[in-house]
Design a binder for this molecule. Structure first.
Ligand SMILES: Cc1cc2nc3c(=O)[nH]c(=O)nc-3n(C[C@H](O)[C@H](O)[C@H](O)COP(=O)(O)OP(=O)(O)OC[C@H]3O[C@@H](n4cnc5c(N)ncnc54)[C@H](O)[C@@H]3O)c2cc1C
Length: 408
């Protein structure tokens, strides 16, 4: 195999390139990235510290200069892939070039869903550094920010903005922050946290429209309330970047569909990683697409291995993991959460707790806040499908022996 082309230079694409080199690949690697940036950067800080720190792309580089050089790839920043001809094994670029490949890895990720209430000054989404720079200028003490969408990104920006002294309101038709993933009861713990930190919350309420009144925005809520804001962040989810594959023959269904080893259905020698990947489970139990940093990195390592050692190709069978930083809470989510069966251990008022999710008997997932030891135990229990009562008892005993300090 002489040339591997990777589309997308975020975590999925860069970790694939790194995995190929560390696995001994000595052919050519070409990375095609539509954003015109100086080097690959990381997205999680965009809703956290980066939003209120100085404008320095170097602070969020995905990979340091030395490791980047060691990959020894041709980096084609500022060039979008616009089509794919799998029969000819060619990637079509926006500048008209047809780039031949022996194997192709697609890591084009997703983009922020655009605002249904119009765009223009003061109306923001958050996915790229350009988005973060635009939003940052709105985060001045005393300014009024309305965040539509109480998912992970909306909740993180609320926390970051509050710390900066911004007057924040979150609006979401769902009953509580992150409740789609965590379930309503657990979401309410986070609702209380945001409220305690001074965020105004309008959960269970939608947005009917946004009007401009001079330099201000007037947000009309479904219950008739009007909120005046200086800025609006629309955090209503992401859309996969797959339009460029139209006519390629690849199977696209809210993500590019792959087999269990992440090889695209409909094109040999094409693999998919990261947010854009929808893989079919090898046991026939359906398909999944994740939007987590760690999944993109793990899939990249797996694809590098499967490309270099096809005879020992492995299936992707993850223990899902995602983290979020909100105020002084380090939130870590493992496995499948959201089922109705969930048990709280510890006290959120003490800023350390866990929630164990189960199918009634076995652990399916957990949410851990500020509790590394519980995370280790929960991860193991999720991977082994351990007994839920046993995990709850163990965490309860730890709490009894070493209670979290009471925070005044
Ligand atoms: C603000 C923010 C905060 C986040 N925080 C967390 C967190 O705390 N924890 C967590 O687990 N996850 C978090 N995530 C999610 C995580 O960052 C993503 O899951 C991860 O970035 C996915 O990586 P990816 O490589 O699959 O895709 P992306 O990061 O979406 O990158 C895709 C790349 O492909 C490029 N591209 C797209 N189309 C083309 C094309 N046609 N041609 C060439 N290039 C193209 C894009 O420009 C982009 O650089 C966060 C995401 C955001 C936006």
């Amino acid at each position: 195999m002489t040339r591997i082309v990777i589309v997308g230079a975020s975590v999925g694409g860069v970790k694939t390139a790194q995995g190929l080199r560390s696995g001994g690949f000595d052919g050519e690697i070409v990375v095609v990235e539509k954003e015109d940036v100086a080097h690959p950067y990381d997205k999680p800080p965009l809703s956290k510290a980066y939003l209120t720190s100085p404008d320095d792309l170097g602070a969020i580089r995905l990979i340091d200069q030395e490791d980047l050089a060691a990959i020894d790839a041709s980096w084609r920043f500022g060039v979008a892939a616009t089509g794919l001809d799998p029969a000819a094994k060619e990637l079509l670029l926006e500048d008209g070039e047809r780039l031949a490949y022996d194997a192709l890895v697609i890591a084009t990720g997703s983009r922020a869903r655009t605002s249904p209430w119009g765009e223009g000054p003061g109306i923001h989404v958050l996915r790229t550094t350009a988005d973060a720079h635009a939003l940052r200028s709105a985060l001045q003490p005393g300014r009024r920010l309305v965040i539509v969408g109480g998912g992970f990104i909306g909740a993180e920006v609320a926390a970051t903005a509050r710390k900066a002294g911004v007057d924040v309101t979150i609006v979401d038709p769902l009953p509580a922050p992150m409740s789609r993933v965590l379930n309503e009861d657990v979401g309410r713990i986070f609702l209380d946290k945001h409220a305690a930190e001074g965020v105004r919350t309008r959960f269970g309420t939608g947005v009917d429209g946004v009007e401009r009144v001079g330099r201000e925005l007037e947000v009309r809520l479904s219950d008739g309330e009007r909120i005046t804001a200086d800025a609006l962040l629309v955090g209503i989810g992401a859309v996969v970047n797959t339009e460029w594959l139209e006519g390629s023959g690849l199977v696209v269904d809210n993500g590019i569909v792959t087999d269990g080893r992440l090889r695209a259905i409909g094109a040999a020698d094409v693999f998919v990683v990261g947010d854009v990947c929808r893989w079919q489970h090898e046991d026939g139990s359906g398909s999944t697409r994740l939007e987590h940093w760690t999944s993109a990195a793990d899939q990249a390592r797996l694809v590098a291995h499967n490309l270099l050692s096809p005879a020992e190709a492995r299936a992707y069978v993850p223990v899902e993991y995602v983290w979020s930083d909100q105020y002084d809470w380090k939130i870590q989510v493992v496995g499948r959460t959201g089922s109705a069966e969930s048990q709280l251990i510890g006290d959120p008022a003490h800023d350390r707790f866990a929630v164990v999710y189960s199918d009634g008997a076995r652990v399916t997932g957990a949410v851990i806040v500020n509790w590394p030891r519980a995370l280790i135990a929960a991860r193991r229990a999720v991977a082994d499908r351990g007994d839920a009562d046993a995990l709850v008892t163990m965490l309860t005993e730890i709490t009894a022996k070493a209670p979290a300090p009471v925070v005044s």
